[in-house]
Write a protein of this length. Structure first.
Lengths: 358, 341
């Protein structure tokens, strides 16, 4: 592998990312899957980086999953997204951040559609006005939230309490990066680093002290392809995709997986449990699995945020072995306690995958 | 008084046209941007379909070159301007000559395989181009120094940068199919036990004896031809190249690990020549090559009297076609020069 070859490609795919005053649109599903991630993002933006971020409670789903499963027509999707943009306009912002990869891909697709077919923009303005009386401007700058963390990765590294380094050996941790398909596979120039060798997470990993693992199935979908997962009869394809990736990355003995999509960490994490129950097969050392994180969780961990406030207790693959390896402090007793110290109860243990620290 | 012809490019088309025009009594300056004559053939080990050495072909062409041909080395032509019935030809280093006629024998560039990012050229250690493989053959040390072992499985990808709208080139580069067949046979001769796979869209064996070579590749050397395009390449822990291809005849996806992946890079128009064409206001073809006035009857003429073209400057050609085209251009130039006297 020639690192310089990738650097040449990365130079070709750099995008403009606004440096302040953002309108933030959350994901429909991330707060259920990884409940601390978006909170960690807003905390990092405001408390660590001192940025102006509008976290607006009135926005809705972008309709992405419905659109990609052919339930929602494109005109409806454009109008719903126009409404999100009208909220941004009303709040006095012009830099839009999407928390979700599918939303980011869909916003990009729609803005490109409007650019190439201006009549669709006029039609959408008309639909939105008739339905809601609202008007909007198209964002000056559209970014995915991982673009923002990428942009400020060195500032985060400077404030971090920990690094992606084995505290005992001083060696960089081996990190698998997994990019959501809708980040740059549809519009390579809209993603940092392009579609084939995306740099957005790699840049964070390098800045934070880790070493990226490039394995043969790096580009493969995590298994959250909507037609695989949303259609029950196809779910075998979903778990097969995840398994293909685990089998491919396993020889590299990765310490962790970092993702930037709502679905990828969900499936790469939860399917490890499902695979272990179906086949008795576990990945990673000592049947502990390969822990999977969102980039906000990783940033938060390194900045010294409490792992349980980051929501790491809801991961199926336990995060503790990795926390121990880095030397991150945490209270094992607090893992299943609520915000006021109340006992939430331990979930049932899987048959094969280790879930508790024993 | 003899007329002066500036032949731009001393590849095989330029050499052949210069020799013939010189023999016809014209004064010739052969201008080459590199320090040696011969162009791409210098880097080609064996030629199809008869497997002669590239060097041998060049020797034959050099034999016909008379000493009275003035050769200018290291001159990259940056400007050609019509002026008072002549052309002022200027090089990057300031060298200038006047000519009664100009022949553009500027050839082609190899498609930059880095542009097919998903194939991993320049990133994965064991992904090379067909041109790289010819250099390896010329060095004569086989693949072991590169691979550290005898290869067990090698793949060739046809049409890299050719017939590819995404790469901006919809044309066929003509020589890659048969080059892949020839290179696959050379590999099998070096390493008889190696498995060789050629992944193709269509096999275009249009030339004399090409089909025979293709047949020999299958029957004698057991080279596997699989119809399907490469979707992506990646590298495994051992440095092998993992490829994903669809076998479109069987209708099944394939995934296999290779010791070496060879990309059959096609031909593209040199950017400098395309720019020169545009500055002169000559007719454009979207692919950047020079456009003749008539593809059948005036294949060497431009709309600008005295400005001619030959060889792959007008599009991909085989060696045979290039040399024929060069001789045809020489005749056209001779006729033009006689008319202006």
């Amino acid at each position: 592998m020639k690192a310089d070859g990738k650097k040449l490609i990365w130079k070709e795919y750099q995008k403009e990312i606004a440096d302040d005053h953002y309108f933030y649109a959350r994901s429909c599903i991330r707060q259920n899957f990884f409940p601390g991630s978006e909170k960690a993002f807003t905390r990092i933006m405001k408390d660590e980086l001192g940025k102006d971020l509008c976290d607006n409670q009135h926005h809705t789903s972008c309709t992405g999953i419905g659109y990609h499963t052919d339930v929602v027509p494109f005109e409806t999707t454009m109008t719903v997204i126009a409404r999100q943009f009208s909220l941004m306009t009303e709040a006095g912002y012009s830099n839009y951040i999407a928390s979700c990869i599918t939303s980011f891909g869909l916003y990009t697709e729609i803005i490109e559609t409007w650019k190439h077919f201006p009549e669709t923009l006029e039609k959408t303005r008309d639909f939105l006005y008739k339905a809601t009386g609202r008007e909007f401007t198209v964002p000056n700058n559209l970014a995915h939230a991982s673009d923002i963390i990428y942009k400020f990765r060195n500032e985060i590294a400077a404030k971090a309490k920990y690094r992606l380094v084995d505290k005992n050996t001083g060696s960089p941790l081996k990190v698998v990066e997994h990019i959501g398909c809708h980040y740059s596979k549809m519009f390579p120039h809209k993603g940092v680093g392009g579609a084939e060798y995306p740099y957005v997470l790699t840049g964070m990993i390098e800045s934070w002290g880790g070493e990226v693992v490039d394995y043969p199935e790096r580009r493969h979908c995590c298994g959250f392809g909507f037609r695989q997962y949303a259609i029950q009869a196809n779910r075998g394809f979903s778990i097969a995709c995840s398994r293909k990736k685990f089998d491919s990355m396993e020889p590299y003995e990765p310490d962790m997986i970092i993702t930037n999509c709502p679905g990828c960490p969900m499936f790469l994490d939860r399917w490890q449990y499902a695979l272990s129950e179906m086949e008795g097969r576990t990945y990673g050392k000592d049947k502990q699995g390969i822990p999977v994180f969102t980039y906000e969780e990783v940033a938060g961990m390194l900045l010294g945020y409490d792992p349980w406030q980051l929501g790491l207790q809801v991961h199926q693959v336990p995060a503790e072995p990795l926390l121990d390896k880095i030397g991150i402090e945490y209270d094992p007793e607090a893992k299943f306690k609520g915000p006021n110290g109340e006992d939430m109860g331990k979930p049932a243990a899987p048959s094969y995958l280790k879930f508790y620290q024993e | 008084m003899s007329k002066h012809v500036a032949v731009v490019g001393a590849g095989i088309a330029g050499i052949e046209a210069a020799s013939i025009l010189n023999a016809m009594g014209h004064s010739i300056t052969l201008i080459e941007k590199n320090e040696i004559l011969g162009g791409h053939i210098n880097h080609w080990h064996q030629l199809f379909p008869n497997r002669r050495q590239g060097r041998d072909l060049l020797e034959k062409l050099y034999e016909k070159m008379d000493d009275s041909i003035q050769v200018q080395y290291g001159k990259e032509i940056t400007s050609i301007k019509p002026f008072s019935g002549k052309f002022i030809v200027t090089a990057a280093d300031g060298w200038v000559t006047n000519a009664d006629a100009v022949l553009m024998a500027t050839g082609f560039d190899l498609f930059d395989a880095h542009k097919k990012e998903e194939y991993g050229y320049g990133i994965y250690d064991h992904v090379i181009t067909s041109a790289d493989l010819e250099e390896i053959f010329i060095q004569g040390e086989g693949l072991n120094p590169r691979l550290g072992k005898d290869p067990q499985r090698i793949g060739f990808i046809h049409c890299v940068g050719s017939r590819d709208e995404k790469a901006g080139n919809i044309y066929c580069s003509k020589v890659c199919c048969i080059t892949a067949v020839k290179q696959a046979i050379e590999i099998k001769e070096l390493y008889p036990s190696v498995e060789v796979y050629c992944f193709y869209m269509d096999l275009r064996m249009f030339g004399r004896h090409y089909e025979e070579l293709y047949q020999e590749a299958q029957e004698k050397h057991n080279i596997q031809f699989i119809r399907g395009r490469l979707s992506e390449a990646s590298e495994n822990k051992q440095g092998g190249v993992v490829v994903k291809v669809e076998d479109t005849l069987l209708g099944k996806p394939l995934k296999l690990t290779l010791d070496l992946l060879v990309l059959m890079s096609g031909m593209v128009a040199p950017v400098a020549v395309t720019n020169m064409r545009d500055k002169l206001g000559l007719a454009k073809v979207d692919d950047g090559f020079l456009k003749p006035v008539d593809p059948h009857t005036q294949a060497n003429l431009s709309e600008l009297p005295g400005f001619f073209m030959a060889g792959t400057a007008t599009g991909p050609k085989t060696i045979t076609d290039t040399l024929t085209d060069a001789r045809s251009a020489a005749l056209e130039i001779d006729r033009f020069l006689k008319e202006i006297i």
